[in-house]
Design a protein around this ligand. Sequence first.
Ligand code: ADP
Ligand code: MG
Length: 248
Amino acid sequence: MSPLPPQGVALRATGLVKRFKTGRSHIEVLKSVDFDARHGDLTMVMGPSGSGKSTLVACLSGLLRPDDGQVSALGEDLWTLKTGAIDRFRLNHCGFIFQGFNLFSALSALDQVTTVLKHTGLTRSEARERARTALEEVGLGHRLDMRPAELSGGEKQRVAIARALAKAPRLLFADEPTSALDGENGQVVIKLLQRAAKDQGAAVICVTHDPRLEAYADRIIHIEDGTILDDRRVSPAPDAAAPQLIEA
Ligand code: ADP
Ligand code: MG
């Protein structure tokens, strides 16, 4: 039997402040944000463009140092670690999925995933095997040798998801993962993220302004102008397929 997925709070931020300098003035993009995310949850962060969503994800995941506040990630006080330790934390525990896929144009799907796994200490053949399995799990077993130019947008994002999930991260960050996709491919992607939360017990933090994704969330947090406006837990619909697909 596989071990039970972890439970409880995976990530907790308190009093996060981030300012950017524009000319001679500063804009405060995160205004003392408190945030937490749990293992097994798909936590959706929604808000209009410019509200601070990407900045929040970057501060939570060790990519961007906040000006104030604290992030406790898997029990580590993230921003008190040395830079090298923060990088290692990201490598070992975090998966990332972005709107623009961020794939290497010269690499096949299999190599995109294998390359990342090699940095986690696996041998080349172990990495390839794990990469193959990860791609099969997102339905791309028949696309292993294809380069990004030969793949559709939905397939490219599935490669990126396989790459993120192959190392079974405890924390999975997705920033507008469906924005470049049509509704149907968007659904495939959000269901894969949901599965990472349910099956692997990952804490999935998904930033979006796509209201169609709300149906898949366990929790919906609204952010506007650097402030969290509301935070509600929703019971996930058992099979929250979009209406047009039910009719089809
Ligand atoms: P969202 O992801 O919700 O669209 P962002 O977090 O990307 O919002 O940006 C929030 C605000 O911070 C925007 O006004 C944006 O212009 C500003 N901003 C983001 N990154 C920088 C930066 N590196 N330098 C200056 N301003 C920035
Ligand atoms: Mg953004």
